[in-house]
Design a protein around this ligand. Sequence first.
Ligand SMILES: [Zn+2]
Length: 457
Amino acid sequence: MAASEFPSAELESATELLQQLLRIDTTNPPGNERAAADCIADIFRSEGLEPKLNGISEERPNLTVRWNAAPENRTKRPLVLSSHLDVVPADESKWTHPPFSGHNDGTCLWGRGAIDMKGFAVMAVAALTRLKRENTPINRDVIFAAVADEEAGTEHGSKWLVNERPDLLGGDPEYVINEVGGFTVHQKGNRFYPIQVAEKGVAWLRLTVEGKPGHSSLPATDSSVEKLARATAAISASRLPWHAGNEAHDFLAGFAAPENAIAKAFAPLLAHPTIGPRLLPLAVSDPSRRKSLEAILRNTATPTRLQSGEAINVLPGSACVDIDGRLVPGQSAADLIEELKKVIRPITGDAAQFEVLQESPAVSFSKETPLFEQMKKSLLDADPGSYIVPSIIPGFTDSRNYSRLGATCYGFYPLQLPDGLDFAAMFHGHDERIPIGGFHWGIEVLTETLRKFLVTS
Ligand SMILES: [Zn+2]
């Protein structure tokens, strides 16, 4: 069956299911993903599959459903289709349509989670249902997972599953398909589809600065507060050194693919540690695009929480700031601390100390796999003339946990987007919504990808 013949009644049911899920408030905290998980579980039950709901608490289960390959066809390790059912909070006063209304304006479905990422949960339901109804002779078990708590630490969700019940994810899945990739990026008249192959690492740090304590009735220019404020400003303004690995090179080359030979030759220079930082402002005029490109070329450090003092009339002996550090592949928290010490040393001298609150390295997966090839092919079939770009994201997803099971994880949530829609702003922003046509297109692309991959590769 060709992608264009996807039964329209099933596309309509998918839209209705997504609308239903958008009307269930799964704001995390507290999450309360139960009702959303139950709603999807009912559908799988009606297709003859056996949904499982497991987690730390009753209200916050992880839904997993395993579709087994016939023993004579099962030659490969499982594939997991993963989504999360929790969403970030929404400030209703800033929304055009209420965030939990599932409003359908004829073009888009509105609601917190439409993009991030109840939409993909529904795509996976629609694709698996279709393939099961076709009795597709799959060569590996396929596991649908809709987890809790991605937006607030993954403790109840993928982290719990990976640590406590990896069996529910197939034990040793070969692949995981997850969020952040597969959507249209319009640039200079060309269409690109990033497929995510890497995520930056995390280095959450605390910087403590010492100073002379005392009475604050006299001005003090070298107090801990004053030094910390200047150090914090210096960190915010810093441009840390560039460390471009293969992931950044592939990303830059991917977006340069439609350019002329000269521009193509220049693309790798953007990754160069000394030329790159100077060339970037000339090569990319849009500041927000520049910011996201820079984030994949270097470590970043963003001060987020300040703390000092007990009383208004006392100079505190120390003050601290928490820093959300993100690491490019190959870098560690210790590397980032060295970079930051250079930035603040002129201000703090040796009176500063860094502490690592949390560290996890970047994750990166091969793009030389049959699944990557198939995702690429399906996208190009569905949008001829577009370009596929292996991508790295500055944030992290559940894939960081799944990688510990030895799985190759990709961000592939196919979604055809019109030019002019600020897609990046949809993630955690106001007025999150999903174009219905692009959502249906995504269901077809995902189904095609799985139909081919699960039979031949
Ligand atoms: Zn998400």
